[in-house]
Design a protein around this ligand. Structure first.
Ligand code: PEP
Length: 251
């Protein structure tokens, strides 16, 4: 049985007072729900604030990005051990906005996954096709390439520690959600790929979460799909009521 994971990707939003208030509201929701793992991924400078507001509740803390080197002359970057030191358990890797605006590649994603695993962080590895790729029918090819390169050379027990996020780029921040059937099809494709290229048991256990305009109004039907094990939520994670409703839909 895979425990659903509901993760909020706050992106570059919120100031400290807002972050505290939002976290406190989410902590209240999680105290009333069972069987869901809830993760908040604020910007780096809010990690401390969010950690304080999480207190001793079960809400998990994560980051949106890391750099693969352990330390050194990499101005502006943050290492995996720094994230662990800040209280993170998870880190999002290869988000399409990082690929689009900051030059992340399939290979850099793999290096970052390695750094995260070595430090004991759970990587949330993002994959997804663009609108053009969906329209020209290359979704399976793109997903297969992204997943294969990301997981290349990892042992099955390492892959078992990862979370995969399927995030069709055309659905992120656009209000256009993949239909539950479309999302399920890609999730099943990813699970099958992991089954064939890594290990059957790992494929059964790994969580594959969906991201792309998930909100209270569509969470139920997306989360009801066999291979959708949670959500990576951007816009709707900034609103306590919306995010709480998604957590409740998963519980
Ligand atoms: C995301 O940033 O990962 C995301 C899915 O954003 P949104 O929910 O706003 O589409």
């Amino acid at each position: 049985m895979r425990t659903p994971l509901i993760a909020g990707n706050w992106k570059m939003n919120l100031l400290r007072a807002e972050a505290s208030a939002l976290t406190e509201a989410i902590v209240t929701t999680t105290s009333q729900t069972n069987g869901v793992e809830v993760l908040l991924c604020p910007p780096f400078v809010l990690l401390d604030t969010v950690r304080a507001a999480i207190g001793d509740s079960d809400v998990e803390l994560g980051a949106q990005h890391l750099y693969s080197e352990p330390s050194g002359a990499y101005t502006g970057e943050i290492s995996a051990t720094m994230l662990v030191d800040a209280g993170c358990k998870f880190v999002v890797i290869g988000h399409s906005e990082r690929r689009q605006f900051f030059g992340e590649t399939d290979a850099s994603v793999r290096h970052k996954i390695k750094a995260a695993l070595d430090a004991g962080l759970t990587p949330v590895v993002c994959v997804g096709e663009t609108l053009e790729e969906r329209e020209d029918g290359s979704t399976p090819k793109v997903i297969e390439r992204q997943v294969s390169v990301a997981l290349e050379r990892f042992k099955p027990e390492e892959v078992a520690k990862m979370v995969i996020a399927y995030e069709p780029v055309w659905a992120i921040g656009t209000g256009k959600t993949a239909t539950p059937e479309t999302a399920q099809e890609v999730h099943a494709f990813i699970r099958n790929l992991i089954s064939k290229s890594v290990d059957k048991q790992v494929a059964k256990g790994i969580r594959i979460i969906y991201g792309g305009s998930m909100k209270a109004a569509n969470a139920d039907e997306l989360l009801a799909q066999t291979d959708i094990d949670g959500g990576l939520i951007g816009g709707a994670s900034l609103k306590a009521e919306e995010f709480s409703a998604i957590i409740k839909a998963a519980s």
